[in-house]
Write a protein that binds this ligand. Sequence first.
Ligand SMILES: Cc1ncc(COP(=O)(O)O)c(C=O)c1O
Length: 393
Amino acid sequence: MQNLISKRVGSISKSAIHEMTRLSKQLDDVAFLSWAKPTSGTPEHINRAAIKAIEQGLVGGYSPSDGLLELRREIVKKLKRDNNIIANPSQILVTVGAIEGIASAVMATVDPGDEVIVPSPTYSTHVRHVLLASALPVFVPLHEEDDYALHIEDIKAAITPKTKAILFCSPNNPTGTIFPEQTLRKLADIAVENNLVIITDEAYEYFLYDGNQHFSIASIPKAQNNVISCYTFTKTYAMTGWRIGYLHAQEALIPHIKKAHIPYAICAPVISQYAVLEALKGPQNCVKEFREYYQSARDLMCQRLDEMSDVFSYVKPTGSYLMFPKILLDEGKNSFEFCVNLLQKAKVSTTPGVAFGPTGESHLRLSFCVEEAMIDKAFDRMNDYFNKKDLND
Ligand SMILES: Cc1ncc(COP(=O)(O)O)c(C=O)c1O
């Protein structure tokens, strides 16, 4: 079997996230904090628009591979309003979630043997995108002691003649922290000076808390030619199953990115394109409600973590709906084993930090895009489990 597998795919380890999901499904009544997937449903007006598109017979065929023109026009308005990016529809490619946009962007810009700088910890799929392009991920550790800040000197030190791109998400999965505007401005300078591509993943752009504002690096005019910005509807409107997102890049790059997008996807699901047309045109209060809910769920999770300060320390998330506590116990040094134990002995499903890059070990990722009752259930169980363990130790 082994020699049937390409070296590229063979070099990729099994996903710890999917392994935890598989193990979780073998048990009943698990308290789930492991999925970066909103458990609230897609808003009703968006569902209705999809049903209407089916009834009107609009969804049975492919769309143009760039996406419906009407949708790209709405995306242009959204980029201007919310991201301070002035674009035209031929700079937009509608993709199968942010994921396929990032995959196509990497394929279009990165050659085998190139180096791609990725902060660590980061979204594990980014690392796989780089490996699938037969390129080398170069991890730049974030500074946990400085609220997971990205230090620009570290980026400078990581650049070699082989560096081609920098790929990051802000707000960050798994840490739930954001890279501030000054950092992104310095990153833009570095990219322009060194002729590097910046690929952004802005999946959580609407979920920032405590008055923080999202900043898109492509809004810096001098950086626009170097940046490919990837966005998604799946997090913003609780539509993970609809598989729909988009990217923005300079116009000359789009035909090249499409050379990867077409063999991967042909076009994004047409029914989902009609659904998100309504998402963009319709009322936006659902996004505000999701954000307010996540902020209160975050506060609850932090409060519950404060009660377990002998087991976990944490950086309070300012964005996304994820956080990345450090495990203070010795057994946390192997985060995979720690999470499997927590699942099997306390019935709480979390994600091992080792899945998120070399500096992710000794941590676990918790999602707060769940009902508050689920957070309480998980923490009640963890409290019981660690208290009993203490007694037996
Ligand atoms: C940072 C980040 N980017 C992208 C994705 C996937 O987005 P999409 O559903 O749009 O492909 C996720 C999902 O967890 C994510 O956390």
